[in-house]
Design a protein around this ligand. Structure first.
Ligand SMILES: *[C@@H]1O[C@H](CO)[C@@H](O)[C@H](O)[C@H]1NC(C)=O
Length: 394
């Protein structure tokens, strides 16, 4: 310690003099070593590029791509094999390990909305024969906190007509208290929206519109449960209180399936008999999964502009590494080729799956199993069938 003390600068002026002499010394040394100059410049250029965003994609994808090293998969589900109606209802239920219900339960659809009005219509028309309460919450800001119109409120009559056709009660709430300009990747506003839905469910339970034993469908707008599945769930009783629904994944249209094993996040929850509170969730809530229960169609929006707004507005804003991803030519090419809008690798837990699930979708060229509204109006919803590539820019 004491032996080293003399090397330390004893005053600021001496310190800065020493610093500048060191700099010039380093400069003259560098000038004599071109290789070192090249290396230092290259590193400096990389640092600049990294912060400018050119390498933001690399930064984003490194963690993502190495996911098999840092993350573990969702523990497996107990799969309830899903059968068509063979024989009578009692036999149909028994095949699933369930019993015949005495009466049809009250069915509630509870959904957070951003801007996906067509998908909401498709969803509610799919549910119409079974649904009793349609509950929707939207906000006047995106998850990222930038202002947006209350799209549902602007077209309220359209959705009131759908609710009337379904014979369902419409419950709507507009949120005006989203946090502004949240940091990229923050889920604060997304959580706020789900909490608002939980609260509405509690209010409707208190009013008696949602009685014990009611089924509440909890899924994002683009996660649509099929009518056949609802028929099964309203015919049979003894379901697990939280039943996850396996949905097939699609990108841009129902013609572009992702062969990735599907999405497990949608669930149907049974309202408990006691007054226990019930949260609205999008995560894991139970052990049982009914596969083949419907469709999860991502970026299945009518125009490229709608896609841009979604890309810029949702809580994964850290994925949008460059404004170039939003250009018409580039975005359309991605849509037509069935490639990820952000140019990202698939999320998976083994390297083999990452490779297998990345890359373009393959067109299906069959529309036998798609939501009812889409086949009822194939021209209007053509962008979800065979015309996905030609959808308008705006
Ligand atoms: C949402 O509406 C409220 C009330 O009108 C307003 O105070 C707030 O600024 C709006 N939020 C945004 C992000 O525009």
């Amino acid at each position: 310690m004491t032996a080293q003390a003399p090397i330390l600068p004893t005053s600021t002026s001496r310190g800065s003099a020493r610093f500048s002499s060191r700099l010039s010394l380093a400069g003259s040394r560098l000038a004599r070593r071109p290789l070192r100059v090249a290396l230092v410049s290259a590193v400096a250029a990389l640092v600049v590029l990294y912060n400018l965003g050119t390498l933001a994609t690399l930064r984003r994808d490194t963690g993502h791509l190495l996911r098999p090293l840092w993350d573990t998969p969702e523990p497996g589900f107990t799969v309830v094999p899903h059968w068509p109606r063979l024989g009578d209802d009692k036999a149909w239920c028994a095949r699933h390990g369930w019993s015949l219900r005495r009466a049809k339960p009250v069915v509630v659809d509870a959904v957070p909305l951003a801007a996906e009005l067509d998908m909401l219509e498709i969803r509610w028309r799919e549910y119409a024969p079974f649904v009793d309460v349609l509950l929707v919450v939207e906000a006047n800001a995106t998850f990222a906190g930038t202002p947006k119109p209350l799209y549902f409120a602007l077209q309220r009559e359209r959705f009131e007509a759908l609710a009337r056709d379904a014979g369902a009660k419409l419950v709507y709430r507009a949120l005006t208290d989203f946090e502004r300009d949240v940091p990229p990747g923050s889920a604060a506003n997304e959580e706020r929206q789900r909490e608002a839905i939980s609260q509405l469910i509690a209010e409707e339970r208190a009013s008696g519109a949602i009685p014990p034993g009611a089924l509440i469908i909890q899924s994002d707008v683009d996660e649509v449960v099929s009518r056949d599945t609802l028929r099964l769930l309203t015919t049979c009783g003894g379901l697990p209180p939280q039943l996850h629904l396996g949905l097939d994944n699609y990108l841009y249209s129902y013609d572009q399936p992702l062969r990735d094993g599907g999405d497990w996040r949608a669930r149907v929850a049974t309202v408990p008999a006691g007054g226990e509170s019930m949260g609205y969730h999008h995560g894991r809530g139970g052990e049982h999964l009914l596969p083949g229960a419907g469709w999860h169609c991502s970026f299945c929006l009518p125009t490229l502009e709608d896609m841009r707004q979604k890309m810029a507005g949702y809580s994964h804003t850290d994925r949008l590494t460059s404004a170039r991803l939003l250009g018409e030519k580039r975005l359309r090419r991605r849509v037509c080729e069935g490639r990820d809008p952000f140019g990202m690798w698939a999320e998976a837990f083994t390297f083999r799956e990452v490779l297998a699930h990345s890359g373009p979708t393959r067109r299906r060229h069959e529309f036998l199993h798609v939501p009812a509204a889409v086949v009822e109006e194939p021209e209007r919803f053509g962008y979800l069938l065979d015309k996905g590539c030609e959808r308008p820019n705006k």
